[in-house]
Write a protein that binds this ligand. Structure first.
Ligand SMILES: NC(=O)C1=CN([C@@H]2O[C@H](COP(=O)(O)OP(=O)(O)OC[C@H]3O[C@@H](n4cnc5c(N)ncnc54)[C@H](O)[C@@H]3O)[C@@H](O)[C@H]2O)C=CC1
Ligand SMILES: CC(C)CCC[C@@H](C)[C@H]1CC[C@H]2C3=C(CC[C@]12C)[C@@]1(C)CCC(=O)C[C@@H]1CC3
Length: 345
């Protein structure tokens, strides 16, 4: 049974703290008595007790200023997967993460918690109750995931007990909740354009969706357990709601909760995947002439049409992780937080 050890210092920095997960993390850290600095390329809010440092994480000097006197760093910055910009993913997730590690070691930071992704092991085919033992995807589903793999490897490799720098990676899956800029807005936009009528495949595929407060809980537990004698040093941990759900039931609950019709008609998986691949290729080839972004990318079709859910046994055993908010409550809270996205508004 894991025993939690209180952190020696509660001064931390959240890189990417202006984002969806980052802001929820900042709010919970403040509740728990931490002193928080945010480092982000943009400032999206103001909160008493939070010091904002606006800058690009590829800039070591900017980081060093933000990391002064900080003992714990959460790194949850990344370009959005939908940006589909290979050069940007490589610059921020790989080069930028190298810079973050260098800055942390130069500034004397003792612990770093990386937000990785469960998708680092996903190749577009079924994963059922996948453990952290699964190898990294040899053929990741997109450039974003490819760079998340490299990023996780860099951070875990940097863990060095002798030098007093401890690292751990949290791998959430399908984060949702209030202020999420991706899942619900994309879903509603697709529904408003009349494109949410179809279920890809037979609709029985199980997927993990994780309420944002559970993801935050996993990050803070990891930070608090990160000590030289702990088994979590240099390791990756899945963090989910531990309630795999049919992908299309989850989407239907969200849609119906917001007043839209649930999808009803089935389309064969491989037909939709093939069409999505064709459209994506066209969008890449025609990029210099016309800019269009298909809603159903091959990555989204793979995520929507396969089983992919992950075991959280290791996080339970090593850090005493247990989701705090059920899927049902998470969906209710999320739906209530988007009055402006309701049907007819
Ligand atoms: N949303 C999801 O379902 C999942 C997200 N993740 C990971 O969780 C983390 C947080 O994701 P979200 O909160 O959803 O994204 P988000 O887009 O809301 O937040 C990312 C933040 O990073 C900042 N950022 C981007 N480039 C930067 C740069 N060069 N320098 C400084 N800041 C920069 C952005 O301004 C933004 O505030 C990311 O690492 C993502 O890969 C992992 C699994 C699932
Ligand atoms: C148009 C519909 C078929 C799908 C709408 C919902 C999708 C936008 C989301 C369903 C699964 C989500 C997901 C991610 C982003 C949003 C979805 C595709 C991630 C790719 C975000 C970043 C990660 O690290 C992995 C996530 C997997 C699940």
């Amino acid at each position: 049974m894991a025993t939690r050890i209180r952190p020696s210092s509660k001064r931390c920095a959240v890189i990417g703290g202006s984002g969806f997960l980052g802001r929820h993390l900042v709010e919970k850290l403040l509740d728990k008595g931490y002193t928080v600095s945010v480092f982000d390329i943009r400032q999206s809010y103001e909160l008493p007790g939070v010091t904002f440092h606006q800058g690009d994480l590829c800039d070591k000097l900017g980081l060093l200023t933000a990391l002064r006197d900080v003992s714990l760093v959460f790194h949850c910055a990344s370009p959005a997967p939908a940006s589909d910009n290979k050069a940007l993913f490589e610059r921020v997730n790989i080069q930028g993460t190298k810079t973050v590690i260098e800055a942390c070691t130069e500034a004397g930071v003792q612990k770093m918690v990386l937000t990785s992704s469960a998708s680092v092991v996903f190749e577009g085919t079924d994963i059922k109750n996948g453990s952290e033992e699964l190898p990294y995807a040899k053929k990741p589903i997109d450039y974003y995931t490819q760079t998340k793999i490299e990023q996780e490897k860099l951070v875990l490799k940097a863990c060095n007990k002798d030098r007093g720098f401890l690292t751990v990676a949290i791998r959430p899956h399908g984060i949702f909740g209030p202020r999420d800029p991706q899942l619900v807005p994309i879903l509603v936009d697709t529904a408003r354009r009349g494109k949410m009528k179809f279920i890809i495949g037979d609709g029985s595929n199980l997927v993990d969706f994780t309420y944002v407060e559970n993801v935050v809980h996993g990050h803070i537990l990891a930070a608090e357990f990160l000590r030289p004698e702990s088994p979590i040093c240099g390791k990756a941990y899945h963090i989910t709601n531990d309630e795999p759900v049919r992908f299309w039931d989850f989407m239907s609950d969200m849609l119906v909760g917001l007043g839209y019709a649930a999808p009803r008609y089935h389309l064969p998986y491989f037909l939709v995947y093939g069409l999505a691949l064709l459209l994506w290729l066209l969008s890449v080839l025609l990029r210099p002439l016309v800019a269009f972004k298909p809603t159903f990318t091959p990555m989204r079709v793979a995520l929507a049409g396969t089983h992919h859910f992950y075991s959280v046994s290791k996080a339970k055993q090593d850090m005493g992780y247990k989701p705090l908010v059920s899927l049902k409550d998470g969906i209710k809270r999320t739906v209530e937080s988007y009055p402006h996205l309701r049907h007819g508004v």
